[in-house]
Write a protein that binds this ligand. Structure first.
Ligand code: BES
Ligand code: ZN
Ligand code: ZN
Length: 490
């Protein structure tokens, strides 16, 4: 755990930020490699001081808008380098950037310290104390978004993902959410049982989840602002507590790590949990997740089944492993009923997003340019990089059915641009003009809602340590979405 200390420890290592050669020389750093330290992410460790380079944002020849100083990454790099040393006390005398960068830097330190050690005999986390000079303390006090709000939310979210699928299943998940949020007066949690979902005709969810010992359940969390509601945002998270693929079973080791398939729900929980503590002024936030397990028994849904979704649109199942979009279809249609200004979903949706962008980038899609830009910029501000992913209209025919409105993979090759065709599939469930049936025909003015989709299949989980030394669940999406919502909340 990280603690902010009142006074400086006698044996504290001072953190020095170096931005050029002169500073390095003044500090007595002479060796050629060390002078280069100001351009490196790797900290230079000495007994009483730790030098951190902050000039590694130089322009690259190639087009890489993402290569710039990232305070979260820098904090994490510092933590990684001292993790296995006996340094356990730090001091910051001067911090060379903004108040919010200071919080991001501290959050990076705290998050790189996180370990999933529930099943180990000894805690793996380090106890670290950090003291601040008066000036830095003033900077620290100047912002309302302290690192520890995000840190505690991200820890819970990462634990949710890292926890075993046996422990974290659709039933325990719903109980967990209720327990976590029960003490906040401005937060309410409504749950829908399997029978409720069936009665409502949410076959996208019930078909996918019905072969599990733990039947699907939906949570709908509402968070009220301090004042009058000026904006309403609905967050939707994919919540597959396990995805074995269903009858189209995952093979050759590709099933392992599929406990992460509720990473979207964990991200949205993280956002809600942060705003539960720091109540928004005028933004009402909803969070919807259907928790389900994609499993196999005699009741499994099958390729060839045609499912009638909550929206009334029919979907032919081509592959039972494309289950996430089936459940999201119902959640998104349900989200439109709340008549929000904006809908955002996060999902570990496709292997294609990983093949296209790797593990560092969120694949961001939207049906609205302005919303796209807003989210992209907010994410970038905190160092959560989004790869711009167009919803190419010419690919839409790939998800159109012959015997149904839609199919759940792509017609010609489900591996080609699979993250985009998945996004296009989802777009059909935020446009009420496409919805059919009594429930929807009652609505006078059917709307297409502003919507953004974050495919976090890559960044949500790292089997090996990522560049900042984090493995397992990462809490991807939380920091950026919190920052984005806060920037809208006036
Ligand atoms: N949960 C997976 C996507 C995934 C894969 C997330 C790897 C994280 C790591 C999703 O349900 C899935 O299996 N998608 C299929 C879709 C295909 C059958 C059209 C995929 O991406 O292969
Ligand atoms: Zn799947
Ligand atoms: Zn899945």
């Amino acid at each position: 755990m990280i603690k902010i200390l009142e006074t400086r420890d006698a044996n504290a290592s001072e953190i020095l930020f170096i931005s050029n050669e002169n500073e390095a020389t003044t500090l007595g750093i002479t060796a050629i490699e060390s002078i280069q330290a100001y351009k490196k992410v790797t900290p230079l460790l000495e007994t009483q001081r730790i030098c951190l380079g902050i000039e590694w944002k130089e322009q690259h020849k190639t087009f890489d808008p993402f290569h710039r100083l990232d305070w979260f990454e820098l904090g994490a790099a510092l933590m990684q380098s001292i993790k296995h040393t006996n340094i356990n006390s730090l001091h910051i005398d001067v911090f060379p950037s903004s108040d919010s960068d200071l919080q991001t830097f501290l959050l990076g330190i705290a998050q790189a310290n996180y370990e999933f050690d529930t099943y180990l005999p000894k805690k793996k986390e380090k106890e670290i104390g950090i003291s601040l000079s008066n000036d830095v303390q003033n900077q620290y006090n100047a912002t309302k978004f302290k690192w520890n709000y995000l840190d505690s939310s991200m820890r819970i979210a990462r634990n949710m993902v890292n926890e075993t699928p046996e422990e974290f299943n659709p039933k325990t998940a719903v109980d967990f959410v209720k327990t976590q949020l029960r003490d906040y007066k401005h937060v309410s949690v409504v749950t829908m049982s399997y029978d409720d979902l069936e009665l409502r005709g949410m076959q996208g969810i019930t078909f996918v989840g019905r072969a599990s010992r733990y039947k699907p359940q939906m949570v709908h969390v509402t968070l009220k602002p301090k004042g009058v509601t000026k904006k309403k945002i609905v967050l939707v998270g994919k919540g597959l507590t396990y995805d074995c693929g269903g009858l189209d079973i995952k093979y050759g080791g590709s099933m392992r790590t599929m406990k992460m398939d509720m990473g979207g729900s964990a991200a949205m929980f993280g956002v809600i949990n942060t705003f539960a503590q720091l109540q928004p002024e005028s933004t009402e936030i909803h969070w919807i997740t259907a928790y389900a397990e994609n499993m196999i028994d005699g009741s499994s849904y099958k390729a060839d089944d045609i499912v009638t979704t909550y929206s009334g649109q029919t979907v032919e199942v081509y592959n039972t492993d494309a289950e996430g979009r089936m459940t999201l279809a119902d959640m998104l249609a349900y989200a439109t009923e709340l008549n929000p200004d904006i809908i955002v979903d996060a999902a570990t949706l496709t292997g294609a997003a990983i093949r296209a962008w790797g593990h560092e980038f969120i694949s961001l899609m939207s049906n609205d340019f302005e919303l796209y830009d807003q989210i992209q910029l907010a994410m970038e501000e905190v160092g959560e990089w989004c790869a711009p992913t167009p919803l190419w209209e010419s690919l839409r025919s790939q998800v159109k059915g012959d015997a149904s409105d839609l199919i759940n993979t792509s017609k010609t090759d489900s591996k080609e641009a699979g993250h985009i065709t998945a996004g296009l599939f989802l777009s059909h469930f935020v446009d009420q003009k496409l919805f059919r049936g009594d429930r929807w025909d009652k609505i006078d003015t059917k709307k297409e809602f502003k919507w953004a989709h974050l495919d976090i299949a890559g960044p949500a989980y790292n089997e090996k340590k990522n560049k900042i030394g984090v493995s397992g669940a990462t809490g991807s999406g939380i920091r950026g979405l919190v920052y984005w919502i806060d920037s809208l909340d006036m």
